[in-house]
Write a protein that binds this ligand. Structure first.
Ligand SMILES: [Zn+2]
Length: 326
């Protein structure tokens, strides 16, 4: 029987509900935080507030995309998931981000063989995530298993290190059946990533190319979709990049071409300043993650996107994409 692997255990895909397919609830350090404190998401109470607002708006699940070496905090992720047991589903991630976040000479991903690293990632999926996120020699397995494999690429380029982590993602998927989700920088190289994963044995119907909307070129999105991969539009409420109308026009164009079964939606609210809870603690208001349901969905309806298509992007497509391959 098909299943989705959440932090608190496996569930049936039909129970996944309305899903934010690329999210960040906890990030306790790492390269992004060193770049800007705005990336620090270390307050469990603020994160719980965010999940509660997601539920209040009609949401049910979130796929948290913080991988190894990027401040993933397994203990706090479990704490959040437990406090919403029976109300929301949280999926956690193993794997890697883009190559810039790792040392290409001395990181364990650089100095070890692809198959050995795929074995380590498989243990996170099949036995439990390391509380230390493989940041040192001592591994302490938690009861929570990872439900998705991450890889990442840079702006308009894929480094040798990134090709290696993509191959590791494909190997890990072949071993475990877990879905793959890939960070693209500014929405570039998604097609090249999909083709490379395909050559390395990945199942593209369980492979998600993220951040495509940062390169709002629908012709390029169509090219990715024609490989069979899934794309994630994860940037409403980011006027500094593009208005929602740009994304909705592109989504509508893709739907008219018949791709409604291959599109996911998310907020990717990976900064404190994008989240209601953190901003509330700073004495400011922002809509936060619930914006996807309270603002973006009504805009899509106003633009003439049918409810059944919205249900595909928020419910049916994530239920299929994040299911393990059997
Ligand atoms: Zn992200």
């Amino acid at each position: 029987m098909a299943y989705i692997r959440t932090v608190l255990g496996d569930i049936e895909p039909k129970d996944f509900g309305v899903c934010d397919s690329h999210e960040h609830l906890i990030r306790s350090g790492g390269p992004e935080v060193r770049e800007s404190r705005d990336f620090l998401l270390d307050n469990v109470e603020a994160s719980k507030m965010e999940v509660q607002r997601w539920i209040d708006a009609g949401g049910k699940s979130m796929v948290c995309m913080d991988p190894i070496g990027c401040g993933r905090n397994v203990a706090k992720t479990i704490e959040i998931a437990k406090s919403f047991e029976g109300k929301a589903h949280i999926v956690a991630t193993t794997g890697f981000q883009k190559g810039d976040f790792y040392d290409h000479k001395i990181d364990f991903a650089a100095t070890n063989d692809e198959n050995e690293i795929a074995e380590l990632l498989s243990l996170e999926i099949e036995e439990g995530m390391d509380y230390n996120s493989y940041n040192g020699p001592i591994v302490k397995r938690s009861p929570a298993k990872a439900g998705v494999i991450k890889a990442g690429t840079g702006y308009s380029s894929i480094s040798d290190f990134e090709y290696k982590t993509l191959k590791i993602a494909a190997l890990t998927q072949t071993k475990t059946g877990a879905p793959i989700s890939v960070h693209t920088q500014m929405g570039t190289m998604g097609y090249e990533v999909a083709k490379y994963l395909d050559i390395n044995g990945a199942d593209l119907s369980h492979t998600i190319i993220c951040h495509v909307q940062k390169n709002p070129d629908r012709f390029y999105h169509k090219k990715i979709l024609d490989t069979g991969a899934i794309i994630c539009y994860d940037g409403p409420d980011r006027a500094k990049y593009y208005p929602d109308s740009t994304h909705i026009d592109n989504i509508k164009w893709l739907i008219d071409k018949g791709y409604q079964k291959q599109i996911l939606l998310s907020m990717d609210a990976g900064r404190a300043s994008y989240q209601y809870g953190y901003m509330k603690f700073s004495g400011k208001f922002c809509t936060g993650i619930s914006y996807l349901l309270t603002n973006f969905v009504p805009e899509m309806i106003e633009a003439g996107i049918p409810q059944e298509v919205i249900d595909d992007m928020l419910i049916n497509n994530p239920a299929r994409a994040f299911s393990f391959i059997k």
